[in-house]
Design a binder for this molecule. Sequence first.
Ligand code: BEZ
Length: 252
Amino acid sequence: MNQSPSQHWQAQSYAEHARFVADYGTPLLELLSPQPHERILDLGCGDGVLTQQIAQTGCKVVGLDGSADFVAAARGLGIDAVLGDGQQLDFDQEFDAVFSNAALHWMVDAEAVVRGMARALKKGGRVVAEFGGEGNIATIQTALTESLAAHGLQPRPCWYFPSENAYRTLLEKHGFNVQHIGLYPRPTPLPTGMAGWLATFAAPILPANINNETRRQVLERTVAMVEQVLPKENGQTVADYMRLRVLAVKAV
Ligand code: BEZ
């Protein structure tokens, strides 16, 4: 099975550095509007904090994630969670909705994901998703790329940040009617700073064989570059997140 980069994450460190990810996902639950009779797939469920909120509305939820640690954390919350790769979904017309918050940008084979979501949904089922879109974390990505280049290294491709048009086209190709798609800036204060963010999220972009000292220098340089550019709010660095929010319905 192709493992997604999220397999490297550990639920405890994620909770410390990235609790805001689930907090920002709460408005997406309103767009999902889960109904008690429904069966819903939470694609890239992470540690299950949002999945639990969906389950509390009375519907049946399955969480799927590529990280064994996250799956264990979600199960600890009582979620029916399975380990799997979102690029290789194996569900057949069994869900009323696919929900996904801050996960689809980690799945670089976006066409495989959309094909799998279309197959997983019943006719008339919906996708409600939000993830990084065009321009997302551009300052951070540029600083990481330049810091790696200073050591003769290149970033590994690990993120997918599509434009509105590119994602609409992909959804329509796989039989979805797009009811809403919008790209919007969501400046995001980082509770444990740029260093905490990099410690949580940067591993997949760094070359697999990078040595500890080079890694330290790359991350230190990235922090210094980013801190010069990104604004601060109440002492916290504010990252340049761009979100793509989607509501699409599988044609009947
Ligand atoms: C995001 O949520 O946009 C994101 C988080 C970590 C790495 C890349 C993107």
